[in-house]
Write a new protein. Structure first.
Length: 468
């Protein structure tokens, strides 16, 4: 059965395609499109197996074919824990102090990309549109082209793209950048990320830039900014229907008139959690009247807990939360409530709705969907206020949030106060404007715009690759 125009999504993690969990992260952007086009979703199975027993698993779920490959333990360690999360993740978030580069991990990264390409190439059909996601898979197109794959291949980077001075600290960065040029389209979250990529190609790779077309390594590449969004109406519904509205009511009865500030983040050093705790402590220091009347609920599920940088960061955060509580708590009030757990999305929606202020203060973030979810979950008649770091991609779009510099603890603390005291008219005005922005750039538009641009990637440029 040949079905031209099939969408093939490739990402490190695949699924889920069912249930409320599927409404989060990448799945929300992809599942509908995959269903519409009878698509294939390819990636890692989430399992490790001994070298001889590594398998390709295939199943159909809700009209989507899922194809996933096991990794050996050695590949998992080198590729995922090693090069992806100990080297590229900190690099992409401007944290070269945490970047650990080892050649054998880079080799594992290349090896896994080559193995993915080998399995995927066999599953592709003429006319497929291939959409590769995120920093785990930058070399995938190069490996596919090596295997004579001629279909259009697009890449979207979910993280920020760092400035050239930072990127150049990565040994062998040129080979990584060259790998982008095997794609037909490379998309970034924001215009700033796009410009940093173009600048890097110009300054470090001797390339040229004309509009959105970047030329280097003898090839032309179409680039663009495609800010990701959320499904606004669906998230709003979560907050106002069971079980989200039950969680909201339960939270309200627990709060008993106290105001809640909420933070929801993976436990990651890029999210600014330490400084956020510190700023909250300052806020309490500066506003004794808030004592007993405000709590900070921080939901931060452990992520990448096997990595040293994450373990020590978690210990620091535990200490910081304990410090603020030790300093300010009374027998009937604990200012910081800190959960290391993932919660169902509908529960989260209810908690956002019950929170007077949403605190989203990453030190650096590709976009940040939590900021958007917080806004979407609010009651338009009595909305909460979003405090947002200028270093989240979302700050480029959510202009009516209270924008802060998370490196400035005094300003962040003062803004927490401002947010809590904001009058209802202004809260409504800002919320209405933010909702308009969310709707104008929702996840359906992100997907449509990217796929339309990929479908239109100029044939001449794709043809010119055949010569290489
Ligand atoms: P990142 O992709 O770096 O984790 P984003 O803010 O862009 O950051 O996306 C995070 C997603 O994970 C959001 O959809 C958010 O709702 C979800 N999430 C974060 N923390 C939790 C949690 N404790 N329980 C469930 N979902 C969570």
């Amino acid at each position: 059965m040949s079905s031209p125009g099939r969408l093939v999504a490739v990402s490190n993690r695949v699924g889920p395609v069912r249930g409320a969990a599927a409404a989060g992260g990448l799945a929300v952007g992809l599942v509908d499109a995959l269903r519409e086009r009878g698509g294939l979703w390819f990636g890692w199975s989430g399992r490790t197996a001994p070298a001889g027993r590594v398998k390709l698993h295939q199943e159909d779920a809700e009209g989507v074919r899922l194809a996933t490959l096991d990794l050996t333990q050695q590949d998992f360690d080198g590729y995922y824990c090693g090069f992806c999360n100990n080297c590229l993740w900190p690099l992409m978030h401007f944290r070269i102090d945490l970047m650990r580069f080892e050649r054998r991990q880079l080799e594992a990264y290349r090896r896994v990309n080559a193995r993915f390409a080998q399995s995927l190439a066999r599953l592709l059909r003429a006319g497929d549109l291939v959409w590769v996601h995120d920093y785990h898979l930058i070399p995938l197109a190069e490996e596919l082209r090596r295997r004579r794959v001629r279909q259009r291949i697009g890449f979207f980077l979910h993280t920020p793209f760092p400035p050239t001075e930072i990127l150049s600290t990565l040994p062998e960065h040129e080979s990584l950048i060259r790998a982008f040029f095997a794609y037909d389209l490379v998309g970034f979250q924001t215009q700033e990320d796009l410009v940093r990529f173009q600048e890097h190609v110009r300054r470090a790779c001797g390339g040229t830039v004309r509009g959105d077309v970047v030329t280097a390594f003898g090839r032309e590449l179409q680039t663009g900014a495609f800010p990701i969004g959320i499904d606004v109406d669906q998230f709003h519904r979560y907050a106002f229907t069971a079980p989200g509205n039950r969680e909201f009511a339960r939270m309200q009865s627990v709060l008993r008139g106290r105001d809640q500030f909420i933070g929801v983040d993976r436990l990651d050093y890029s999210k600014g959690l330490l400084r956020r705790m510190d700023a909250f402590g300052r806020y309490l220091e500066d506003h004794p009247k808030a004592h007993g009347k405000v709590i900070l609920l921080q939901v931060a599920p452990v992520s990448r807990g096997d990595l040293t940088a994450y373990r020590s960061f978690r210990q620091e955060l535990d200490r910081e939360a304990a410090r603020v509580n030790g300093r300010f708590a009374s027998f009937d009030w604990t200012p910081v409530h800190y959960l290391n757990r993932a919660l169902p999305r509908r529960t989260l929606a209810g908690l956002y709705r019950a929170s007077r202020v949403g605190i989203v203060t990453p030190m650096r973030d590709g976009m940040n969907l939590v900021a958007m979810e917080y806004v979407a979950a609010q009651d338009p008649a009595d909305p909460g206020v979003l405090v947002l770091s200028r270093f989240a991609g979302a700050a480029q779009y959510l202009r009516e949030a209270l924008i802060v510099n998370p490196y400035d603890g005094e300003q962040t603390a003062a803004t927490m106060h401002l947010a809590r005291e904001m009058r209802i008219q202004e809260r409504r005005r800002r919320h209405e404007a933010l909702m308009r922005r969310l709707r104008a750039r929702d996840v359906a538009r992100w997907r449509r715009d990217f796929l339309a641009a990929l479908g239109e990637a100029p044939a001449a440029r794709r043809g010119s690759r055949k010569a290489r």
